[in-house]
Design a protein around this ligand. Structure first.
Ligand code: NDP
Ligand code: 2IT
Length: 445
């Protein structure tokens, strides 16, 4: 396989899918050498079957808003690969959702899920519906209309959706309720469910906590202590908030948060009391970060991301894709940032990634660092299958050990001659090998 030729062909076939091409390009370039060690892979044209999704479902979703108007949105499910387990991955509700974004997310999910050591294939779905400003009943009606189409493609052993941007406990519960109605079965066909109907303890916390556990592993390779370190976090949703929660409990200083309208800068670090306030504002009232800044008399920067606006030791982007570009990366490095651990999926552009790696800082790509969320989803599936619930301690212990294991895999496949750990290469090669070997064994399917 020649990566250059393969990627040129993919660009020709999918010219309008920049995020998908960006994700594939990074993986293919970093696995080329390993792939070519196995002539059997090339004989089976495994690379094309690994990069092009198994199937994609697209449908129109019609629903009625509170004023009685009929509204339409697009709905999608990208089932990328099920070589190592049932399709698994979140659902995103955001106005920016399109096929390119969901294809990139499903592709990334396949490698991420492989790294978790659990039996899960890769998928992603969603809609260009935005829950922001909608009433609970509107969200419910939308979720029901969405699942009326989606239900025939999913199932506990087929494809198991969960949350992502714009989809949290409320949306999963509405979708699960309607799925149960359509199928007349109570099965673990969604994860991220409520605790009293099959959800797992620690699933809400898992992505943020898992990212901090991964960061601790990276810091340990250089003997660095997290206490007192200044950490810039972006976003203020599920991932960002639980990242901040864990950082504060470890004595680190969270110096920023953000949303799609702007950033708040917290020069002395978020206190536990301030965290409780922002958590309540975001979860109970679905409020904006500008409100938090105003309430706490903190600097609010409308329309700005944190990276050029605050000095930090560590960056944990936890909002969305391509939120750190080349100039942001330079600003971070100039300010002394020595570690980046990605809570979001593909938050750094290729230019930013190259700058981090060239600077030899600790840099963990999302598919390794944010795998804690889907890992605990996998543990939720295991509990549902057993019809049992594990304690928070049990789940958290398993989460820690999975994150440690992912770190070990990255070190094994990503260590370079000078001792530098290239986590991008490590994660891509380790994730790839498991899926590719399974595909090879299963023949051309
Ligand atoms: P939430 O919807 O809970 O929060 C998303 C946050 O990011 C909000 O603060 C939102 O601001 C901000 N945001 C969303 N889109 C944009 C944008 N285009 N520009 C700037 N800010 C934006 O989602 P999650 O916290 O669940 O997801 C955050 C990231 O983490 C995503 O990349 C997701 O794919 C990834 N992820 C999530 C996992 C999970 O378990 N939930 C697991 C692994 C990764 P606003 O309120 O203004 O929209
Ligand atoms: O990107 C992700 O890993 C998620 N949104 C979580 C997926 C899941 O199935 O829990």
């Amino acid at each position: 396989m020649k990566a250059v030729e393969f990627l040129a062909d993919l660009r020709r076939r999918f010219p309008n899918e920049p995020e998908y091409l960006q994700a594939v390009e990074e993986v293919v370039n970093s696995i080329e050498e390993e792939y070519n060690k196995y002539p059997a892979f090339e004989n089976l044209n495994l690379i094309e079957r690994l990069c092009i999704p198994d199937q994609i479902y697209t449908f129109r979703v019609s629903w009625v808003d509170d004023k009685g108007r009929v509204r339409t949105n697009m709905g999608y499910r990208v089932q990328h690969n099920n070589a190592i387990g049932p399709y698994k991955g979140g659902i995103r509700f955001h106005s920016s959702v399109n096929i390119s974004i969901l294809k990139f997310l499903a592709f990334e999910q396949t490698f991420k899920n492989s790294l978790t050591t659990l039996a899960m294939g890769g998928a992603k779905g969603g809609s260009d519906f935005s829950p922001r400003g909608k009433s609970d009943m509107e969200v419910m009606r939308f979720c029901q209309a969405f699942v009326t189409e989606l239900y025939r493609h999913i199932g506990a052993d087929t494809d198991v959706p969960a949350g992502d941007i714009g989809v949290g406990g409320r949306e999963v519960a509405y979708m699960f309720g309607w799925y149960k109605k359509m199928t007349r079965e109570f099965t673990g066909a969604f994860t991220g469910k409520g605790l009293n109907f099959g959800g797992s303890l620690v699933r809400p916390e898992a992505t943020g906590y898992g990212n901090v556990y991964f960061l601790l592993n990276m810091l340990a390779t250089r003997g660095i202590d997290i206490a007192g370190k200044r950490v810039a976090v972006s976003g203020s949703g599920n991932v960002a908030l639980y990242t901040a929660d864990k950082l504060i409990s470890l004595g680190a200083k969270v110096v920023s948060l953000s949303d799609s309208s702007g950033s708040v800068i917290i020069p002395d670090g978020l206190t536990r009391e301030q965290f409780d306030k922002v958590f309540e504002l975001k979860t109970a009232y679905r409020g904006r970060i500008s409100q938090f800044a105003e309430d706490e008399n903190l600097t609010y920067l409308p329309g700005q991301r944190p990276w050029k606006n605050v000095k930090c030791d560590i960056a944990m982007p936890s909002a969305t894709q391509n939120e750190i570009d080349g100039s942001d990366a330079e600003a971070l490095l100039d300010g002394g940032c020595f570690a980046v651990s990605e809570g979001a999926n593909m938050p750094s552009t290729p230019e930013a990634v190259a700058k981090f790696i060239n600077a030899r800082i600790l840099y963990a790509p999302g598919k390794a660092a944010n795998a804690g969320g889907v890992s605990v989803s996998g543990l939720e599936m295991a509990q549902n299958a057993q019809k049992l619930s594990w304690t928070a301690e049990e789940v958290d212990t398993k989460l820690r050990s999975i994150m440690n294991d992912i770190h070990t895999q990255c070190v094994k496949y990503g260590s370079e001659d000078d001792g530098y750990v290239n986590y991008v290469k490590g994660a891509n090669v380790a994730g790839f090998l498991k899926v590719a070997k399974a595909m090879h064994a299963q023949g051309i399917v």
